[in-house]
Design a binder for this molecule. Structure first.
Ligand SMILES: [Zn+2]
Length: 84
């Protein structure tokens, strides 16, 4: 296996997408997220664009705070809890 083949196999780019889809890093690369398959979601390009338009590269805690403060019924609070 060539170096290029090895690099491709370990890259998230080998995760297949169809026309109109894109790959999203669940944990942003700017926050230390990697290219492992469990950190990649395949989403429609339009939803991907909207997600980043709303949340940019905010952390889960920042997203939860914005959902609570801006978007939700004031009787509710969006809770963000790190998995154990
Ligand atoms: Zn993304």
């Amino acid at each position: 296996m060539s170096r290029t083949q090895r690099r491709f196999r370990t890259s998230y780019r080998h995760i297949k997408i169809h026309k109109g889809e894109s790959r999203h890093h669940k944990k942003c690369k700017c926050h230390g997220g990697g290219d492992e398959p469990n950190n990649i979601s395949v989403v429609s390009q339009s939803k991907h664009d909207l997600f980043h338009a709303l949340f940019g590269s905010k952390t889960p805690e920042q997203i939860a705070k914005e959902l609570t403060n801006v978007w939700l019924d004031p009787a509710y609070e969006f809770i963000c809890r790190r998995k154990e």
